[in-house]
Design a protein around this ligand. Sequence first.
Ligand code: AMP
Length: 187
Amino acid sequence: MNLVLFGPPGAGKGTQAKKLVADRGWLQLSTGDMLRAAIAAETELGLKVKDIMARGDLVSDDIVIALIEERLGDAERAGGAIFDGFPRTVAQAEALDTLLNERGAPIGKVIRLVVNQAELVDRMEKRAAEEGRADDTVEAFKKRLDNYNAQTAPLIPYYESQGKLADVDGMGGIDEVAARISTALDG
Ligand code: AMP
C-alpha cells in the first residue's frame, strides 16, 4: 500500500514513518532526508538546496519529484511507500498521482497528523537540541509553518475530494500515535 504521512513540520511524520517501516516493511521516502543527505555529501544538488532549506523555504517541485521518481521501483519491491514530507504542493501531489497511476499502484491513504501549534514548537525545540538541524531555528521554523499553511494545507481538500484523507490525533506519546495510525489503516 502507498501511504502519505501528512502534517505540519514537527507533527511526527518521520518518527511515525520509521515505526511503519519496522511494523510493515514498507519503504520510507522522505524528501527532507534525501536532501539532507545530498547536502552532507556536498553534491551539486546539495549545494543548490542548502541555503533554501536552511531558511525554511521549499525547494522546487522538479527537484523533489525527480528524487521520488527514482525510488518508486524500490518502493514497489518493498510492497509500498510511506511518503514523508512529500507531496508539499498541489503540483507535487498531481505529479505523484500521475506517476503512481502509471504504475497501477495509487495512493491508498493519506494520514494527516493533527498537532497543535504550541506542541509543534516544543517538538522543534527538542529536536534542535538533539539533532542540530539548520532549519530548526525559531525564524526558519516560522517560515516552514507559514509555507505549510500557504502551500501544503491546500492538499487537505485535494485528498479529501479523493476520499483518501484520514485525520489522526498526533498529540501524545509515539506508541499512542502509532496505535491510532494502525487503527486508521486497518480499522
Ligand atoms: P522535512 O525534513 O520534511 O521537514 O524537510 C526539510 C526541508 O526540506 C523543507 O523545509 C524544505 O526546504 C525541503 N523539502 C523537503 N521535502 C520537500 C518537498 N516535498 N517540497 C519542497 N521542499 C521540500
